[in-house]
Design a protein around this ligand. Structure first.
Ligand SMILES: Cc1cc2nc3c(=O)[nH]c(=O)nc-3n(C[C@H](O)[C@H](O)[C@H](O)COP(=O)(O)O)c2cc1C
Length: 308
């Protein structure tokens, strides 16, 4: 099982749909987190990114960020009302404004809080629950404790990004820390972190043959053909031609969705190119040129020069 990781600000419904039209290899996607709201009713506008009609192309699991059991249940029920049978709970977000509120990876040093929350949540859920977590906020001993406590709950699976919250997205992944969680958990465990090539994929597969699946984020954004390469799907069309078609399609979809002006569309496309530029030899130079685009016209002319 290969899943597209959530990358907030990039892998939204438009991206996921467009991506799965142009590239194969992913079995499903996890949506970027939706925060809980202090209300008994969740407005559909809050759920726009996961509305089923905008997510027909790839099986999707919505993700919830929060730390209040009642609010999590309310949001999970709203997802279930949309037809989702699984929701995911975020225990990994490393950003200070999230961590300081004891959310995301800020919950990892507090296994008793997580346990209390899940004890309250589970009996009230109308769908299945999975978790996405890191090895800890400060130390991998946090996940060693937490994973044991999670064994009492009927979780569908646990996705583990093999880093600490304090590392954010930098430094090495901790294979030993992941291995300990894999062995200590009775749940299916999905590996996540730095799968960027066939070599790195084969390495984690060999190290963790009992992992129930693999999740890939930045590697796929840098090289959208990666999932096909990992699972051995052949496509006769030249990669550059496919990337050109993908970028053109994305641009068109954002243009229709974001009719308010060039800035919004360019913002999206620049966010995508931050990763995609890695598929090109002259990455730094290319990124600078893209960042300099002030109008959609300039951007489109640049695309013609790049792919022309
Ligand atoms: C900009 C950015 C936004 C992210 N947003 C989310 C998110 O909303 N939910 C989540 O669980 N993980 C999020 N992640 C973490 C990724 O899903 C993934 O766990 C991480 O990038 C490691 O996997 P990779 O090395 O394959 O990218 C985000 C990562 C980045 C870089």
């Amino acid at each position: 099982m290969l899943a597209l990781a959530p990358i907030r600000g990039v892998t939204d419904a438009i991206f996921r749909t467009c991506f799965s039209h142009h590239f194969k290899g992913c079995d499903r996607a996890l949506a970027p987190f939706i925060t809980t709201v202090k209300a008994t009713f969740v407005n559909l506008s809050h759920l726009r990114d996961i509305l089923p009609e905008n997510n027909l192309a790839l099986p999707l699991v919505p993700q919830i960020l929060g730390n209040n059991a009642d609010d999590i249940v309310t949001l999970a029920r709203a997802c279930a009302d949309l037809g989702y049978t699984i929701v995911n709970f975020n225990l990994g977000c490393p950003f200070p404004q999230v961590v300081n509120k004891k959310r995301g990876s800020g919950l990892l040093p507090h296994p008793e809080v997580v346990e209390k929350m899940l004890t309250s949540i589970f009996p009230r859920l109308s769908c299945k629950l999975s978790l996405k977590m890191r090895l800890g906020l400060h130390s991998s001993t946090e996940s060693a404790v937490l994973v044991e406590r999670l064994n009492q709950f009927p979780l569908l699976e646990i996705i583990i990004h093999a880093r600490l919250g304090k590392q954010r997205y930098e430094g090495n992944v901790d294979m030993e820390g992941f291995k300990q969680c894999l062995h200590a958990s009775r749940h299916p465990i999905v590996y996540n972190g730095d799968i960027v090539s066939k070599v790195s994929f084969e390495k984690v597969k060999a190290l963790f043959p009992t992992a129930s699946g693999f999740m890939v984020g930045r590697g796929l954004l840098c090289n959208p053909l990666l999932a096909e390469q990992l699972v051995g799907i052949k496509n006769p069309n030249p990669p550059q031609k496919r990337l050109h078609a993908f970028c053109g399609d994305l641009y068109e979809r954002y243009r229709i969705l974001l009719p308010k002006g060039d800035r919004a569309i360019l913002g999206r496309m620049k966010g995508i190119w931050f990763y995609l530029a890695n598929s090109f030899e002259n990455k730094e130079e290319l990124l600078k040129k893209i960042q300099r685009c002030k109008t959609c016209r300039e951007y489109l002319e640049l695309m013609e020069r790049i792919f022309g």
